[in-house]
Design a protein around this ligand. Structure first.
Ligand code: NAD
Ligand code: HSO
Ligand code: ZN
Length: 433
């Protein structure tokens, strides 16, 4: 049952426990497994990838089966309904429109003395997109990763996703990939897929950036390969924190909590409310909605371990608790969400008002659904076009400009004990010897 707490003194430690669920002691043995997988794939390439695919995904593949074939891609279109194709296409349009707004652009500034300064944005050469596929399959995540990479202009985009029963990939995932313009797809998942993308194997190319969400194994692997490759953020087991007042509908709040809990037994769902009556009604509604839930066992686990209702003294206090937690998704189900939002500092995505369920953002509002979890929203942001871009600084000085700063540079270089730095400037401003 979803717990209700009213003791304000307990709130911070409870929120901390839930936030830290992906780096507590139980997770340490998972990290040991992930380290072993990474090392094996680094040393043995495809052989290790196939070994762990058999062990963790229960699919025995030959090396030539790793890549999804053109005929499988074609066949996928025959296997999805017209409605599903239309929904994928609609989501595609809306996500692309959002991500095309305010794409970072290269710029230069021409200053005094012919000094030119600027930033030049270029995409990475190769991006690897992780699309989860263990407990559910995610055509929406294909779009949320592939579209920003395309908009950034990445020349080679590679997608990985775990094989399902009979080695198959969900046709909706394959259709979504093609609609977003991605055709290089490998049927691998978990830490072994992250390792393959980070180190490269005989079959799978080494990439520069890995993006995409995943379960605890995927997230730990991304954390450990960071540095060898870039990553988007640590987008692990899903979470929602809802702040609600007496205007919220308890059945809607309960449904939104279950919508995150159903992703993973490690997902988190938290309600902070000023209304003790609403707290009880949401608790009862969650129980009712769980009765016939098709994913009841895992969803109940998430609710039992990482579900919580807190009755708070004020909406401002709720906002402070929420800032401590820094949720992936924050819903403001209150009468005046635009006033409350001014108290919010850390959240991956913020959903305002009672008619904005988080699922709108999951599928097609446009903003990205790959978001930082487990407190990472304190320093990280949603996946975006920037994930696949980096910028080079641009600096050009004229002889006059260099002469004007030469003295200051020499002084600084001497203070750092780096004479060649000073010399490289002095030689240019003095007559050549
Ligand atoms: N934060 C976000 O933006 C966001 C978005 C969508 C989904 N998600 C999250 O993505 C996750 C998807 O998880 P999933 O499990 O359905 O798919 P997944 O693809 O992330 O994980 C499945 C893989 O985990 C590996 N695995 C499973 N058990 C293992 C074990 N015991 N040891 C080693 N490896 C093992 C397998 O290789 C398998 O391929 C959920 O946690 C969901 O909440 C997050
Ligand atoms: N809520 C997930 C992010 O945590 C994204 C998603 C995809 N499909 C459904 N939901
Ligand atoms: Zn979701």
């Amino acid at each position: 049952m979803l717990r209700i707490i009213t003791q304000q003194a307990d709130v911070i430690s409870e929120l901390q426990r839930i936030c830290d669920r992906t780096h507590d002691e139980q997770v340490l043995h998972k990290e040991a497994t992930v380290r072993e997988v990474l090392q094996a794939v680094k040393r043995q390439g495809d052989k290790a990838v196939l070994h762990y695919t058999a062990e963790f995904d229960h699919q025995t593949l030959q090396p030539e089966e790793l890549r999804v074939t053109g005929s499988e891609l074609d066949a996928a279109y025959q296997q999805v309904s017209k409605d599903l194709l239309a929904a994928i296409q609609r989501a595609c349009r809306q996500i692309e429109a959002f991500h095309r707004q305010r794409v970072p652009k290269s710029w230069v500034h021409f200053g005094d003395d012919e000094v030119v300064l600027g930033k030049r944005y270029t995409p990475v050469d190769r991006a690897g997109l992780y699309v989860p596929g263990g407990r559910a399959s995610y055509p929406s995540t294909v779009l949320m990763n592939a579209i920003p990479a395309k908009v950034a202009g990445v020349p080679r985009i590679v997608m990985v996703t775990p094989p399902g029963a009979g080695k198959a990939i969900n046709p909706a995932v394959l259709v979504a990939a093609q609609e977003a313009g991605v055709e290089e797809i490998y049927r691998i998942g978990g830490a072994q897929a992250i390792a393959a993308l980070a180190y490269g194997t005989e079959t799978i190319p080494k990439v520069n950036v890995i993006s995409g969400p995943g379960n605890i194994y995927v997230t730990l692997a991304k954390k450990l390969v960071y540095g060898t490759v870039g990553i988007d953020s640590l987008a692990g087991p899903s979470e929602v924190l809802i702040i609600a007042d007496e205007t919220a509908n308890p059945a809607h709040v309960a449904a939104d909590m279950l919508a995150q809990a159903e992703h993973d037994p490690m997902a988190a769902a938290i309600l902070l409310t000023t209304d003790a009556g609403l707290a009880k009604k949401v608790q009862a509604a969650v129980d009712r909605q769980l009765v016939d839930h098709p994913r009841r066992i895992d969803t109940e686990k998430a609710i039992a371990h990482y579900g919580l209702i807190v009755v708070v003294e004020s909406l401002e206090a709720a906002a402070e608790f929420s800032n401590e937690f820094a949720p992936e998704h924050l819903e403001l189900e209150v009468e005046d969400p635009w006033t409350l939002i001014s108290h919010i500092r850390h959240a991956g995505a913020i959903f305002l008002g009672n008619s904005t369920p988080e699922a709108v953002g999951d599928y097609l509002a446009g903003p990205n659904h790959t978001l930082p979890t487990s407190g990472a929203a304190r320093y990280a942001s949603a996946l975006g076009v920037e994930t696949f871009l980096k910028h080079s600084s641009i600096i050009q000085y004229s002889p006059t400009a260099l002469e004007k700063v030469a003295g200051a540079i020499e002084t600084l270089a001497k203070a750092e004990g780096l004479p060649s730095h000073a010399d490289s400037v002095r030689r240019r401003v003095q007559e050549e010897e």
